[in-house]
Design a protein around this ligand. Structure first.
Ligand code: SF4
Length: 358
């Protein structure tokens, strides 16, 4: 999603007469696009921004901007943390970036634009795309799920689905420009308001497009119909990314995920039956507040039984204002690290065995 946002902003800027600089020290404007899903990424971001201090001293007219989820979460506090920032722009305000840059250049004052967190943005323009065969197509933005650890609903707003006709028009245009593969993007593609399966059926008929992928799916919203569509529609990629997050029902409830481990397991066996040859990957968080050894073992068992083809495993970190911040972050860092290593080892071994079997 961030790649698509960067592409979108590049297009907006090129359309307003800006040009791409060949290197950082030749640029008049440097914009950082940011992710705030994990604290580690945020810390790295601010350290990368601070590394520009010397360049800014040498070139006082240099404008440094921050966009993306961290911009929305921090607002003016981002400037407090990194005073060399000239503007902070949330995901809903990105189309304003050319005007913001012009204002900063004129007034030499910092600007914070984060008021449009819930607004849809014009997605049919600009046409700029990173060259290649794969193009990202956003089908919805924001999220209504409020998983307790997640900052997305606060920084990307409530879920807004794009019109099906706009999406089809965009995909046809991409096909006419030589793109062969599209990746449909949404925080929860399965809750696409105008029918996700119907959208897949329509896109499957777009001439020139050979493969359609999508992410991310939510276990409470995927269904037998989706798996049948993945089986029947020849252009739909058979791989499924289905984040489980934990194998403990107690922790899933604290995470506000809206399903149990049994429901998740049933979905996986249904998928494996209906989509033969498919591959399933997942996300897991270890060390969520109040996660006991017993909860953790439930996750280990789920990982062993499910036989994922791949897993992204993360250590929990509180992301204010997400609701889990009200719970004490009570799993010590070294224990989080141990749990992460245990699951990583199991997953690596499973992936190795699977590769050997292929
Ligand atoms: S589904 Fe949950 S984890 Fe995913 S973006 Fe929405 S709130 Fe965050």
């Amino acid at each position: 999603m961030n790649v698509r946002d960067s592409e979108f902003v590049t297009g907006v800027l090129l359309g307003s007469g800006f040009q791409k600089a060949s290197s950082e020290d030749k640029a008049d404007v440097i914009i950082f696009n940011s992710c705030s899903v994990r604290k580690h990424a945020e810390d790295r971001l601010f350290s990368n921004i601070s590394e520009l201090k010397n360049l800014k001293k040498k070139k006082p007219g240099l404008i440094i901007g921050l966009m993306g989820c961290t911009a929305q979460a921090y607002k003016e506090k981002a400037i407090g943390r990194a005073p060399i920032i000239d503007f902070v722009c949330g995901p809903g305000n990105v189309h304003e970036i050319p005007a913001i840059i012009k204002k900063v250049a004129k007034s030499h004052r910092a600007i914070v634009a984060t008021d449009k967190v819930d607004s849809p943005r014009p997605e049919l323009f600009p046409k700029f795309r990173i060259e290649g065969l794969l193009a990202y197509v956003s089908i919805s933005e924001g999220c209504n799920n409020y998983c307790s650890y997640c900052i997305v609903p606060y920084v990307r707003g409530r879920e807004r689905s794009r019109d099906t006709t706009d999406i089809i028009k965009e995909v046809k245009d991409l096909a006419s420009r030589g793109f062969k593969e599209i990746m449909l993007l949404g925080q929860n593609v399965n809750s696409y308001k105008y029918g996700f399966i119907q959208l897949l059926e329509k896109l499957n008929n777009v001439e020139g497009i050979e493969k359609i992928r999508f992410m991310t799916s939510h276990p409470k919203d995927v269904s037998r119909e989706l798996f049948e569509a993945m089986h029947d529609l020849e252009k739909i990629d058979k791989r499924l990314h289905l984040p489980v997050q934990s194998g403990s029902d107690r922790i899933l409830k604290l995470m506000n995920r809206g399903y149990t481990k049994d429901h998740y397991r049933k979905l996986v066996s249904m998928y494996k039956k209906l989509v033969p040859g498919g591959e399933i990957t997942t996300d897991i968080i270890v060390g969520f507040p109040r996660e006991t050894e017993r909860d953790f073992k439930d996750t280990v068992r789920l990982v062993e039984k499910t036989q994922f083809d791949g897993a992204y495993i993360f250590k929990y970190s509180p992301r204010p204002p997400a609701r889990s911040c009200k719970l004490k972050d009570d799993v010590p860092p070294e224990e989080k690290q141990r749990r992460l290593a245990v699951i990583l080892d199991i997953q690596r071994e499973m992936s190795r065995k699977k590769r050997r079997c292929v």
